[in-house]
Design a protein around this ligand. Sequence first.
Ligand code: SIN
Ligand code: FE2
Length: 221
Amino acid sequence: MSPDNFDLFADVEPEQPPRREQIGEQSWVLRGFALPLLDQLLPALEAVLAAAPFRQMVTPGGFTMSVALSSCGTLGWTTDRSGYRYTRHDPQTGQPWPAMPAVFFELAQAAAREAGFADFVPDSCLINRYAPGAKMSLHQDKDEGSFGAPIVSVSLGLPAMFLFGGFERSDKSQRVPLLHGDIVVWGGVDRLRYHGVLPIKQGHHPKLGEQRINFTFRTAQ
Ligand code: SIN
Ligand code: FE2
């Protein structure tokens, strides 16, 4: 390869080429699926965060989550001492949650389709920010009004070890390494599977710095 050709590839992400891995009957990891839209996703994310900045929330049990949260879409997932719920307004600003950027919606719908779920219409996008050391304990996503729609979960920035469990907290979990640009989709018979994230390791990502960002798209209502 001549030095000129080499330069052509200087901007290409070092992540794996797009590919689909099945991790459950109706659960898939779509490797690198978000990468082609990255240059549109990041400015849209910045605009959302300018209106609804990251904040650490408290669980009903009184623990402050290590992950910082924001949301966009009609409904935003929140937690405080009185419980988990979806709200139309950001409790911190009193304003409606920022609208879901079109590029977010399109990415989520395309990923759902790729995993076999046609016509996914998310009304909520939870945005999770993990600094090194932050984690997400095993849980089920079950605050939604119905479970007919899948979950679409986008990973950006630092790598994570995703835990994909069964239908009981005590079931053995698969460990699924997730890299920048990967998307996990689970729904149908797998919709209520336990899942979580091991503590994020120290590191620096060329585009996102010292953090992992996750978008979790859901149909809440
Ligand atoms: C979540 O389940 O809310 C987050 C999952 C992730 O960060 O990958
Ligand atoms: Fe979750």
